[in-house]
Design a protein around this ligand. Sequence first.
Ligand SMILES: N[C@@H](CCC(=O)N[C@@H](CS)C(=O)NCC(=O)O)C(=O)O
Length: 201
Amino acid sequence: MMELYLNATSPYARVVRIAALEKGLETAITLQWCDPWSDDPRLLAVNPAARVPALVTDEGHTLSESLLIVHHLDAVGPGPDLVPQAGRSETLQQTGWGQGLMEAAFQTVIARKHQGAAADESVLGQRRLRAIDRTLAALADHGMDQPGTNTVTLGGIVVAVALDYLLFRLPEVAWQDRHPALARWHDEMSNRSSFLRTRFP
Ligand SMILES: N[C@@H](CCC(=O)N[C@@H](CS)C(=O)NCC(=O)O)C(=O)O
């Protein structure tokens, strides 16, 4: 039995949970809920970086970094490929843009939590906010494939979770007002069972 260390607010952990559900691995993974910010000893015992998500494999190795964990789940799970051969480089482009969006949003939230609103005015804070706006525009320009019932890819998962994380933690970005086609795509993705079952609190 694999073990996934996670918390409910981590967008990275949510990507892994959605990937696990899409790959048909729900019963192969025990969820270990923990708080990475309080140096939970159970998490430290498996991941020295004290970060979630972390997956302990059936072989007893700990995988950290959400995309590496998904790489493993994609190889061992029976469900459809999350990075299919057809359209592979486009899927990876979406994955990278989605991960960059998630990172800029997450770092904005953490910087505000530790340094207050002034964090947004710093050089790095301004860079993060510009990266969010540019990435949203690039995703909207590029267009996301309409999700069919069986066609979810890693790119679609990561982009949709990043957009959802913005609605959850940075609603003032209000990306859905500026990018209505992206909002329609996001609505459809959010109705997948894997998304409904892993909603942010
Ligand atoms: N690049 C990592 C990011 C993981 C990450 O930042 N996790 C956060 C929660 S969303 C965490 O555990 N932070 C605790 C800490 O940094 O001490 C991934 O893709 O998995």
